[in-house]
Design a protein around this ligand. Structure first.
Ligand code: FES
Length: 81
Protein backbone atom coordinates (compact mmCIF):
# COMPACT_ATOMS: atom_id res chain seq x y z
CA UNK A 1 0.00 0.00 0.00
CA UNK A 2 1.23 3.46 -0.87
CA UNK A 3 0.49 6.54 1.18
CA UNK A 4 1.27 9.92 -0.31
CA UNK A 5 1.20 12.99 1.91
CA UNK A 6 0.97 16.26 0.03
CA UNK A 7 3.79 18.64 0.77
CA UNK A 8 2.68 21.30 -1.69
CA UNK A 9 2.84 24.79 -0.26
CA UNK A 10 -0.72 24.96 1.00
CA UNK A 11 -0.61 21.59 2.74
CA UNK A 12 2.88 22.29 3.99
CA UNK A 13 1.62 25.43 5.72
CA UNK A 14 -1.25 23.48 7.23
CA UNK A 15 1.10 20.94 8.76
CA UNK A 16 1.99 18.14 6.35
CA UNK A 17 5.07 17.27 8.32
CA UNK A 18 3.12 16.52 11.47
CA UNK A 19 1.00 14.18 9.38
CA UNK A 20 4.02 12.47 7.86
CA UNK A 21 5.47 11.96 11.33
CA UNK A 22 2.13 10.72 12.61
CA UNK A 23 1.95 8.11 9.86
CA UNK A 24 5.57 7.17 10.38
CA UNK A 25 4.92 6.45 14.05
CA UNK A 26 1.71 4.56 13.36
CA UNK A 27 3.37 2.42 10.70
CA UNK A 28 6.19 1.61 13.11
CA UNK A 29 3.84 0.86 16.02
CA UNK A 30 1.92 -1.56 13.84
CA UNK A 31 5.06 -3.04 12.27
CA UNK A 32 3.83 -2.34 8.80
CA UNK A 33 7.09 -1.08 7.38
CA UNK A 34 7.19 -3.78 4.69
CA UNK A 35 3.54 -3.36 3.76
CA UNK A 36 3.06 0.39 3.71
CA UNK A 37 5.22 2.88 1.87
CA UNK A 38 5.05 6.45 3.01
CA UNK A 39 5.82 9.05 0.37
CA UNK A 40 5.72 12.80 0.00
CA UNK A 41 3.76 14.16 -2.92
CA UNK A 42 3.48 17.41 -4.79
CA UNK A 43 0.15 19.23 -4.83
CA UNK A 44 -2.77 16.80 -5.11
CA UNK A 45 -5.14 19.51 -6.31
CA UNK A 46 -7.23 19.82 -3.14
CA UNK A 47 -5.45 22.77 -1.54
CA UNK A 48 -8.63 24.25 -0.06
CA UNK A 49 -9.48 21.13 1.88
CA UNK A 50 -6.73 20.97 4.48
CA UNK A 51 -3.80 18.59 4.43
CA UNK A 52 -4.45 16.12 1.64
CA UNK A 53 -3.18 12.59 1.32
CA UNK A 54 -3.62 9.81 -1.15
CA UNK A 55 -3.88 6.18 -0.10
CA UNK A 56 -3.36 4.08 -3.18
CA UNK A 57 -5.84 5.85 -5.49
CA UNK A 58 -8.06 7.36 -2.84
CA UNK A 59 -7.79 11.00 -1.88
CA UNK A 60 -8.44 11.88 1.75
CA UNK A 61 -8.53 15.52 2.82
CA UNK A 62 -8.55 17.48 6.05
CA UNK A 63 -5.86 15.56 7.88
CA UNK A 64 -4.70 16.97 11.20
CA UNK A 65 -2.79 15.62 14.19
CA UNK A 66 -6.07 14.77 15.92
CA UNK A 67 -7.53 12.61 13.17
CA UNK A 68 -4.44 11.03 11.66
CA UNK A 69 -4.77 7.96 13.88
CA UNK A 70 -8.41 7.49 12.98
CA UNK A 71 -7.71 7.86 9.27
CA UNK A 72 -4.88 5.37 9.61
CA UNK A 73 -7.11 2.85 11.38
CA UNK A 74 -9.99 3.24 8.95
CA UNK A 75 -8.11 3.50 5.68
CA UNK A 76 -4.92 1.57 6.28
CA UNK A 77 -5.27 -0.98 9.08
CA UNK A 78 -8.70 -2.18 8.00
CA UNK A 79 -7.59 -2.56 4.41
CA UNK A 80 -4.48 -4.49 5.31
CA UNK A 81 -5.82 -6.86 7.95
S1 FES B 1 -0.88 21.82 -1.75
FE1 FES B 1 -1.74 19.97 -1.02
S2 FES B 1 -3.41 19.65 -2.34
FE2 FES B 1 -2.48 21.41 -3.12
Amino acid sequence: MEIYVCIGSSCHLKGSYAIINGFKDLIAQNQLEDKVNLNASFCLGRCQDGVTIKIDDQIVTGLNPDNVKEVFEERVLKEIK
